[in-house]
Design a protein. Structure first.
Length: 545
């Protein structure tokens, strides 16, 4: 009997030791998976659920391709599940190892293979050529965005309608908020909130609501599948009468919230961080708070996504090194191309007029543009070497507006913006630069190769060819097309135009010909190099008075 018991104990010990050895091997085999370059690789682990896992447990993972080591922070996703997400930027073999202050989460390791990107996956967007953008693989990205603050806080059928609308719309960037917005909640109450607790103000700011963030990241992924960038607004002043209290969280809670959002979403390649919308209307925050938010995000994000902040009346200091590009609200600046260009000289960063006023019939002046006026402002942005942002405010009996809820577009600017997008897609990859900004702000392009000229509200009947000298020399030939931005037509002008030097500053047509125009507003010209003498390879500085 004693021998039998001893044998059973030995066999049990052997089985336990074998299981102890086999478990990490099984886990390692399970972790040997494949993910696409710039896709989301995720490590999911079971861990402690007692106490407050959001504050008590620390989890990170080091990822390496054998050359670099990149640390990503994990997060608690409820029900005893912890996750670490990573966006690998290079094909090949990668490995990871976790670190934690709780042993069930510590020292977990694995390997995975990263395959080359396919389809619409071009990687995250970066700043390129000082004033422009490109995806990580070098593909140009020319923003043509729209704003729908609270579309992810609406019923499922409304969200699905929004995605259906976006699938056939020209927009490649969406501005949207993490926190809900009060507009429209009378008819469509908010279904989920970012913190655990009870609306309107009974929140436990030390515990997040995983269901809320699971839903948010699903919608971020839905946008990525459509090839749309998600410009995620982290703070806004739109609680209004609901008084949810998200505007007045203390500094510790603000930073806690930012780190959690970044940990969850930084691995999504289409994320941009918009730190605040009309940030200066949040009276409980100081300028130093906003500086700190930028730095918290920058430190927490291992993938270094784009970062901006959107103004109300007070313009933030976009010269700060943590600001990657300028998100500007200024309708007046986009009324003329020369005004729109000025912020480039100030900040020397990409300028995106995310709010240049909106199309709509609102009682307030910031949403009273006609569709054609909206398109006109986008064209002014374009020839200024900057970018525009759309939204609309046509309210129905249920308070549904695109600006807040998404849904369906009711304005008529989208076709004109789609027409502009096609022209931008065909323009030089480097981005359009003002051609003669001290004299004629109507022209942008790539000197010696390509020009886009927009006449705006002028009604010319002809244009005497005159181009600033940069990149030009005698004998260069160009073809010209007349663009009607209102009718969405492109009409080639017969023949080619050969240039000759006119004076110190400009070149004109050798035969003195002019381009005939219809004497109506919103006309443009596309002028492209067609042969003859080649463009000058070393252009002279373009800014000479």
């Amino acid at each position: 009997m004693k021998t039998s018991r001893l044998l059973r104990l030995r066999l049990g010990l052997f089985a336990a030791v074998f299981a102890w050895i086999a478990t990490p091997l099984a886990a390692l085999r399970a972790a040997q998976t494949t993910v696409e370059q710039w896709g989301v690789f995720e490590v999911a682990l079971k861990g402690p659920s007692e106490g407050n896992p959001f504050t008590d447990v620390r989890l990170t993972a080091n990822f390496t391709d054998g050359v670099r080591m990149i640390e990503a922070t994990g997060f608690y996703d409820g029900n005893g599940v912890y996750r670490v997400r990573f966006m690998p930027d290079k094909p090949g073999a990668w490995s990871y190892e976790t670190k934690s202050n709780r042993w069930p989460l510590a020292d977990k390791s694995g390997i995975f293979t990263v395959t080359p990107a396919t389809g619409k996956n071009h990687g995250p967007v970066r700043v390129r050529n000082t004033y422009h953008f490109a995806y990580a693989d070098g593909t140009p990205f020319k923003p043509l965005g729209t704003t729908m603050y609270s579309w992810t806080h609406r019923p499922k059928e409304m969200e699905e309608l929004t995605l259906k609308t976006l699938a056939s719309a020209p927009f490649n960037k969406v501005r949207m908020a993490v926190f809900p917005q009060a507009h429209g909640v009378k008819f469509m109450p908010v279904e989920r909130f970012p913190f655990q607790g009870k609306a309107p103000r009974d929140w436990d700011f030390t515990r997040f609501n995983p269901e809320f963030f699971q839903h948010l990241e699903k919608r971020v992924a839905d946008l990525a599948a459509l090839g749309i960038e998600c410009d995620l607004i982290l703070f806004h002043p739109y609680d209004d009468d609901e008084e949810w209290g998200f505007e007045t969280m203390d500094a510790k809670t603000d930073d806690f919230y930012l780190r959690y959002v970044v940990a969850r979403l930084a691995a999504y390649r289409n994320i941009w961080w918009s730190v605040g919308n009309e940030y200066d209307f949040l009276r409980t925050k100081t300028e130093s708070d906003w500086d700190r938010y930028f730095q918290v995000i920058q430190k927490a994000d291992p993938h270094n996504h784009l970062r901006s902040i959107h103004n109300g009346k007070l313009i933030y200091n976009h010269n700060q090194p943590w600001v990657t590009h300028v998100s500007m609200q200024n309708g007046m600046a986009t009324e003329e191309a020369g005004r729109a260009e000025l912020y480039r000289d100030v900040y020397r960063k990409p300028i995106v007029y995310d709010e240049l006023k909106y199309e709509g019939t609102h009682g307030l002046r910031w949403a009273q543009l006609s569709g054609q006026e909206m398109v006109h402002r986008f064209w002014n942005c374009t020839v200024a070497g900057t970018y525009g942002g759309h939204s609309e405010f046509f309210e129905d009996e249920r308070q549904v507006v695109w600006l807040a809820q998404g849904g369906e577009l009711k304005g008529n600017s989208a076709p004109g913006l789609a027409f502009l997008k096609k022209i931008l897609d065909e323009a030089p990859a480097e981005g359009l630069e003002p051609h003669d900004q001290w004299q004629d702000p109507r022209i942008a392009g790539k000197s010696g190769h390509y020009y886009l000229m927009y006449f705006g509200v002028e009604k010319p009947t002809s244009w005497a060819i005159e181009l600033y000298r940069n990149g030009l020399q005698d004998g260069m030939q160009f073809k010209i097309e007349v663009i009607d931005t209102a009718e969405h037509t492109i009409t080639p002008v017969e023949g080619v135009f050969t240039l000759k030097k006119k004076d110190r500053y400009s070149f004109t047509d050798r035969d003195g010909r002019e381009v005939k125009l219809p004497g109506k507003p919103y006309m443009a010209l596309r002028i492209t190099y067609a042969g003859g003498t080649p463009p000058l390879s070393t252009a002279k500085p373009p800014m000479e008075p």
